[in-house]
Write a new protein. Structure first.
Lengths: 247, 247
């Protein structure tokens, strides 16, 4: 089908998927984090509903569509990103499975109803809003990276509202916020059950965390096997290749 | 010096230390956990005071004595273990540096005063007390392993009471309790700052966690490099050898 690319957009391959996605270096380009979250998260296969918050250019719904036949709803507050996501979904002929909403995640429990989703995924902004001087001067990137339009507590409270009892909430974030994430998940009754750490190399600190909780779940956390990104010779590890290839 | 061994006790080498310790298979034998905690924890070198709770046969004070010249106080509630610790300390001529108290950790803030220690270490009982049928029938082992005489919340609240403002609390535990530990540390104003996971092998879930917090610290958690115990060929990794050798 015909695809319109706007501004500095380009059409990138989604590795290992046969799918393509519209990206823009000045607005949003998906990173390893999205692939890691799509690999990590539980996914309902044939029954149920998935919602992805802070969807950006739609990369997580697009990646999840390879793993499940259930309907996926993406929510993005930035109109330009929402528009990129819509066009990528159309281009990949995924519009029967994936729907996008242009809106604020904080409105979603009221708009969509509470407790309707089997899985809520989110790759939220990572950084607490700094003072205006330090913030990324590109507004699109700043909103995607900093807690400008939603705080971590907003994200977790909305995830909790949207997910069913017994349903799952999966997030990707940075180690510096793990304590906040765990205390807030418990506060909002999403018990952390699976945690996985991503280390750039053996001998290095983790730089990415993956966490999944169950609404009203019983306390019992598992810490999954470590994901090591690079071997000593700076090549990707086999596990990372599998993740990038979408297995 | 003369050493009296009682019952089924034996005198074991503390690997890599040149020290020896009294152990007893029916009462308490130290495990990798103690070596991991001694390796992981921050230690004040020349100034300050250390207290170790749930000391068992004194393994952690004995291991820490190799890393610091400051005084170390061990607290153990079981008289037989306390007695083993005392004799090991005497045998190693560490009685100038290490003191043992036979008592309940819950009494220590009142007995010793609040906010006096630069470091509190603890390798607490790991398991929530099951019903009496399932519990380990050996009372000594049961007390060391199950939360019979103190709960996790007792441990963390006492650690918080004993440590100075800006001082550190270091614990070793199991992944299943990480969420409880993090939420309780925050509740008792010991902000988690360093977290390290021990994986039996690449590709396996973590089975030991090491966590250190700072009293009234600012939120900012680091997740240290992964400790992998065995290589693919089932030999210890180099890092694990270093830890066992006390480096």
């Amino acid at each position: 089908m015909e695809l319109e690319l706007k501004y500095d957009e380009r059409l990138d391959h989604v590795l290992g998927s046969g799918l393509k996605i519209i990206q823009s270096p000045s607005v949003f380009a998906f990173s390893l984090d999205a692939a890691l979250l799509a690999h990590f998260t539980y996914v309902p296969f044939h029954k149920g509903k998935i919602i992805d918050l802070c969807s950006g250019n739609g990369i997580i719904p697009i990646l999840l569509s390879k793993k499940t036949t259930v309907s996926i709803l993406g929510v993005e507050i930035q109109e330009r990103l929402y528009d990129m996501a819509k066009r990528s979904i159309m281009f990949n002929k995924l519009d029967n499975q994936i729907e996008m909403i242009h809106g604020d995640l904080k409105d979603m429990p009221r708009t969509l109803g509470k407790g309707k989703y089997d899985l809520v995924t989110c790759n939220p902004p990572y950084f607490i809003t700094p003072n205006t001087k330090e913030i990324n001067e590109n507004e699109h990137l700043a909103i995607a990276r900093h807690e400008i339009l939603c705080t971590l507590e907003d994200v977790i409270s909305v995830c909790s509202d949207l997910v069913k009892e017994g349903g799952k909430v999966s997030l990707v974030h940075r180690p510096g916020r793990l304590v906040d994430i765990i205390t807030m998940m418990r506060k909002y009754k999403v018990e952390p059950k699976r945690l996985q750490f991503v280390y750039p190399k053996i001998g290095k600190e983790a730089n990415i965390i993956l966490i999944e909780g169950i609404k009203y779940g019983n306390p019992d956390l598992k810490i999954l096997d470590p994901i090591i990104v690079y071997k000593d010779n700076n090549e990707y590890t086999d596990l990372l290749r599998e993740i990038i290839d979408g297995n």
